[in-house]
Ligand binder design. Structure first.
Ligand code: RB5
Length: 145
């Protein structure tokens, strides 16, 4: 189950993503907001990230203007590894090396066609494990939050 959330700056892509995820037969849950009215990304990003941290959702896609605010919010949650990606290559490496379970996108920075490639890559690329597994486990064991 993919957790979706945005703020006003990412709302249009969140809505378009639902159509894309339907086409890809990927189940999702929309954590809001329900409209494109001005709102604060932490309100929605925390909701979706909590669902990942507690295991209700296994992945997330969070969208704001830059993808940066949402990544900062998501990475405050235990067990969440969020990556702000502006290219499919970044999304591939975020999965292969970092086992990223949250993708954050910037609607003001990344065109929709690129977003389609990024999302497809994020959903299909797999974690390589091995030496990366040890590093990923240190992300959590050494976290001071
Ligand atoms: C909203 O104007 C914008 O600051 C927000 O969407 C995001 O880009 C923050 O990181």
């Amino acid at each position: 189950m993919i957790a979706l959330a945005s703020d006003h700056a990412g709302f249009e892509y969140k809505e378009k993503l639902k159509t894309l995820l339907d086409e890809l037969h990927q189940p999702y849950r929309d954590f809001g907001p329900p409209t494109g009215a001005r709102t604060d990304y932490p309100d929605w990003g925390h909701l979706a990230s909590e669902a990942i941290s507690t295991g209700q959702c296994d992945r997330g896609i969070l969208i704001c203007g830059t993808g940066i605010g949402m990544s900062i919010v998501a990475n405050k949650h235990k067990g969440v590894r969020a990556a702000a990606c502006e290219s499919a290559s970044a999304a591939r490496l975020a999965r292969q090396h970092n086992d990223a379970n949250v993708l954050t996108l910037g609607e003001r920075l990344t065109g929709w066609e690129a977003v389609i490639d990024i999302v497809k890559m994020f959903l299909s690329a797999t974690f390589e494990g091995g030496r990366h597994a040890e590093r990923v486990s240190k992300i959590h064991s050494l976290t001071k939050l």
